[in-house]
Design a protein around this ligand. Sequence first.
Ligand code: ABU
Length: 366
Amino acid sequence: MAKIVNSWNDFDPLKRVILGRADNSVIPPEEPATSEKVPIDSEMRGMWGPRPTETVEKANAQLDYLAKVLQDNGVVVDRPTPLQWNQAIVTPDFRTDSGFTQMPPRDILLTVGNEIMASANSFRCRYFEYLAYWDLMGQYFEEDPEFKWTQAPRPRLTDKSYKHNYYDERITIEERLERTAAKDFVTTEVEPMWDAADVMRLGRDLFIQHGLTTNRKAMEWFKRYYPDLRVHAVNFPGDPYPIHIDATFVPLRPGLIINNPQRRLPEEQRKIFEANDWQIVDAAQPAHETPPPLCYSSVWLSMNCLVLDHKTVICEASEVHQMEQMDKLGMNVIPVPFRDAYPFGGGLHCATADVYREGGKEDYFP
Ligand code: ABU
């Protein structure tokens, strides 16, 4: 029997990956934690229902092309099983009128060594998203005797999980930034809630963004679950919509990380990198002034690249400034068009979840 699952970071040589699909994706109705993420001037505000078929087809075409590029570079590509998301999500604790998608597996699956864990997402519409990956998890479990198939404690997501007076459509960007700086987010601390894309893995260390989708209780849970790893909470006070670390702080190889110049990692939190001779480089400016239509994410998906090994990176094909910077940083760049997939949940890194990378649990911060 083969070893199928192993990954400790986002830069060692990638050999196997899960790549999302756009089928059956829905724009979910507003619910307690999602309003915060949709900018007030977004055309998505107040809108919900299945995404237009032609946009699904375009996104799937770009996802399929990415699959081919990965396969051409020696990576085995696994795909999730699409579910019908245009139906209500109902538990004993809540009901919401639809699910979401299985496009960004990075939000749902966290790979740490030989374990893949389904996350504890705070959006009610994402409550059953992990099911799209369960056939694959079952397959890995059959084929890899060391694979640990795990589900984080399921949050109840009752009304107690959210601050109901948090969102007000009159709130300005400055007020949002004040809240981010004060670490005042929409979720409460009654239970651990986290998106896997808030977790940056660097061997023995996990850097976890505290923001709209991951709370402090989650950090405490991670500390107890992984007593042999070091868990660091990180904040980015320049981000008015702080979710997911992978368009904010993106490692390219041991010792080199690109940093979102708007979102600004605090001095205190930079120390561990600088003390261990890591170079923190401000990322290039995005090539676009706005995200594509019906997109939740920011223009900083320009940074959301997929590193194949210490010298090779896949970047979005129109992100000319980011590609030029990668080149200067000594990376070989593979451009892949991906903006049609952005509205379905993010960029090249979001659209994937690691299954196997070479390498082990290194200590980058001894
Ligand atoms: N899922 C990544 C989104 C990050 C951003 O909007 O900048």
